[in-house]
Design a protein. Structure first.
Length: 225
């Protein structure tokens, strides 16, 4: 089974001990560090029940996500797996491979190019902003305009930012929750994303937003050139 959560998809796992007995139509998973999560809700599209009494819920508000059943023998024919770029935390994701992928999009703006899963997977709107801030590169710069040192900085901070995001268990600034229904705390460590009009944590200049490729880009007009 293949799953893609897209923008608002959630997998929430509830073991037998977590299930609360209540007269309500919905069970409420409410931990001290978690948001209120209704299980199931009108946004629950698939429910997997296991022999030990535990349950896995697939929720998706916008219904962009999907589940697919694929035979083992057909895995090499799955379109998504053929077009995806490299995993950014894999050892095979070298600087040479990164620049080779970027060169195919030399006229593109660096932020949407970073978010393109055919270039590199796993970099969405939040982390592309954070990576470019640390690399001191404006999101509107074209790939062709970037110097070797700037490309190396972007490549370096891809790993640093994503590892930090994993350490803090994700950015729960929208619909993202962990599989147990709890929040991630990476949102407390953002430098630019979600900080429009707030002072830059480095130079105190106000963070600005702009629209780029249908998404909002956040950046510091002084730190990023």
């Amino acid at each position: 089974m293949m799953a893609h959560l897209k923008m608002t998809g959630q997998f929430i796992f509830e073991d037998k001990k977590q299930k609360q007995k209540t007269a309500s139509k919905y069970r409420i998973l409410n931990k001290p560090t978690a948001p209120l999560v209704q299980l199931p809700s009108k946004y629950t599209h698939a429910v997997f029940s296991f022999n030990d009494g535990s349950t896995l819920y697939f929720n998706d508000v916008r219904q962009f996500g999907y589940l697919k059943i694929v035979l083992d023998k057909d895995m090499d024919q799955v379109k998504e797996l053929q077009t995806f770029g490299p995993e950014p935390l894999d050892r095979k994701f070298t600087f040479a491979r990164f620049t080779e992928a970027l060169n195919r999009r030399s006229k593109g703006k660096i932020k949407p190019v970073l978010m393109d899963p055919m270039v590199v997977v796993g970099i969405g709107n939040i982390y592309s902003d954070e990576i470019l801030f640390h690399a001191k590169v404006r999101p509107t710069r074209t790939v062709a305009s970037l110097t070797t040192s700037e490309l190396k900085a972007i490549y370096r901070y891809i790993g640093i930012v994503l590892k930090q995001a994993i350490k803090y268990k994700g950015s729960s600034v929208g619909d993202f929750v962990r599989p147990d229904g709890s929040w991630g705390s990476m949102g407390k460590h953002h430098f630019v994303y979600g900080r429009r009009k707030l002072a830059c944590l480095r130079c105190k200049t106000k963070i600005e937003n702009l629209k780029l490729g249908g998404r909002t880009a956040s950046y510091c007009p002084k730190c990023q050139k």
